[in-house]
Write a protein that binds this ligand. Structure first.
Ligand SMILES: C[S@@+](CC[C@H](N)C(=O)[O-])C[C@H]1O[C@@H](n2cnc3c(N)ncnc32)[C@H](O)[C@@H]1O
Length: 252
């Protein structure tokens, strides 16, 4: 994907605006202690890492990402920013009380193995929370322009090795990796709806590549922009599946 800094920042901030309240609602329901050690995988522009740093002032938060340009290391004294590829870098087993990842696993080639690795990094009694997109079939959109744009977007990500349907098996992945108390919920995505939209920056960022590869035309993009400007345009392109589980405190 295009890693052009302003567009990437817009995309990350749009994600945060759209789903942070849902994520913090889930984290708030866990028995978060002020002393917890937390790991935010694929931290992006950092909002959840910052939220955790505030909630755990006597603990510490590690925010890791391949690209740390959008993370502010001075944001909190208990926050550490790490630039790393989490499919290669490792942590000691049992290091964290809470590990959170959002819109990350779908991009990882070794996504199944990464669930196992993250479960290993949990301290006994620690929680793993993963939130990933499940894309609805593009051709079921009631809007022909969305069918074309979304099909192109999904194709581009698939070609890059992403899996936008993996989230369906997420609760089972957690259970298979020895986690208990597995729970899950879903957050309906919104395309359009003016202030609720988060797709304008996503498509703006992807547009140059989609055009280069002949997956969309300028006419498709301007029709899509016209739809986004229409207050009566609302579509549901995806569901975010959020699932969490806990490492047992003692071996059964
Ligand atoms: C779609 S963004 C989501 C950002 C953030 N989790 C959020 O939901 O606001 C995915 C993030 O994962 C990071 N990422 C992708 N692959 C990674 C890897 N192998 N190791 C670490 N970070 C990675 C990207 O750089 C990007 O910041």
């Amino acid at each position: 994907m295009n890693r052009d800094t302003p567009r990437e920042r817009d995309r990350l901030e749009a994600i945060q605006r759209n789903v942070d309240a849902f994520t913090t609602g889930i984290l708030d329901d866990l028995p978060v202690q002020t002393s917890w050690h937390c790991l935010e995988l694929g931290a992006g522009a950092g909002s959840i890492a910052y939220w955790l740093a505030e909630r755990c002032p006597d603990g510490r938060v590690v925010a890791v990402d391949l690209d740390t340009r959008h993370l502010d290391p001075g944001r909190a004294p208990n926050l550490t920013i790490q630039e790393a590829d989490i499919t290669h870098d490792d942590y000691a087993p049992g290091s964290f009380d809470l590990i959170h990842a959002r819109y990350l696993y779908c991009h990882l080639p070794t996504r199944d193995a990464m669930v196992e690795r993250a479960a290993r990094w949990l301290a006994p009694g620690g929680w793993l929370v993963i939130e990933e997109p499940y894309h609805l079939p593009a051709e079921t959109s009631p809007f022909p322009a969305v069918q074309r744009i979304l099909a192109a977007y999904q194709r581009r990500y698939r070609d890059l090795g992403a899996d936008m349907t993996w989230a369906r098996g997420l609760p089972s992945q957690l259970a298979r990796n020895g986690l208990g108390e597995v729970s899950f919920t879903g957050n309906l995505g919104c395309m359009g709806g003016l202030d609720k939209d988060r797709w304008r920056p996503l498509i703006a960022q992807a547009a140059p590549a989609l055009l280069d590869e002949g997956l969309v035309t300028e006419a498709d993009l301007s029709e899509f922009t016209g739809l986004l400007d229409d207050p009566a345009f609302i579509d549901i392109p995806q569901v975010t599946v959020s699932a969490w589980g806990r490492r047992p405190t003692a071996a059964p």
